[in-house]
Write a protein that binds this ligand. Structure first.
Ligand SMILES: [Zn+2]
Ligand SMILES: [Zn+2]
Length: 191
């Protein structure tokens, strides 16, 4: 059964909802250097990353995410040319989402930290365990034993299936991040 989860930034200005639909998400942890650079760009590593430099994400379809309050506090940065768009809050410098640079890609990575759960058990019931830890070679300190050094190839067929399904059913829209004219805010390009 799908479940609607409340989203809230750490200061409470930006609020939203995420529809967690079984079979249409990946619960992952990303240890890559870009996610760590993003946290450094926001100057907020302590509140964003875990002790290994990891970020817990739910990767799903943009159509399942909605921002209901605080849209004017949304910001977006592109760390390098043709990189992914990293959406964040301007109020409290927390990551909001990762998307591709095109509104036609049925993909969004939503930080689990935004999700409001009553307790760990409820979180486990809705999201299940982390099923993949990627880019462990960038971990701070020792690489967690259950992490993959890069990206596990065994995951590729699942990702491709997810993308094809998302394309076919047009799950890239409506998106809280793009409208007919492109990104909803001006993208800050650091490159
Ligand atoms: Zn905030
Ligand atoms: Zn990453």
């Amino acid at each position: 059964m799908s479940k609607i989860v409340d989203l809230k930034c750490s200061c409470g200005t930006i609020k939203g909802k995420l529809n967690v639909v079984p079979g249409s998400f990946f619960h992952v942890q990303c240890l890559c250097c870009d996610c760590q650079s993003f946290a450094a760009h926001l100057n907020n590593q302590k509140n964003i990353l875990d002790e290994h430099g990891g970020t817990e994400l739910l990767q799903t379809y943009p159509a399942y995410m909605e921002i209901t309050e605080g849209q004017d506090k949304m910001a977006c940065v592109e760390l390098r040319r043709k990189g992914i768009y990293r959406w964040h809050t301007a109020c409290c410098n927390m990551p909001l989402a990762n998307t591709m640079g095109s509104e036609k890609v049925p993909f969004v990575g939503v930080p689990v930290k935004l999700m409001q759960f009553a307790n760990e058990q409820e979180k486990m019931d809705v999201l299940g365990p982390v099923t993949m830890k990627a880019f462990g070679k960038y971990a701070i300190g020792e690489m967690p034993a259950d992490a993959h050094p890069r990206f596990p190839m065994s995951y590729m067929p699942k990702i491709i299936g997810f993308m094809l399904k998302g394309k076919f059913f047009k799950k890239y829209k409506p998106s809280p991040f793009f409208n007919d004219k492109g990104p909803v805010v001006k993208v800050n390009r650091l490159s």
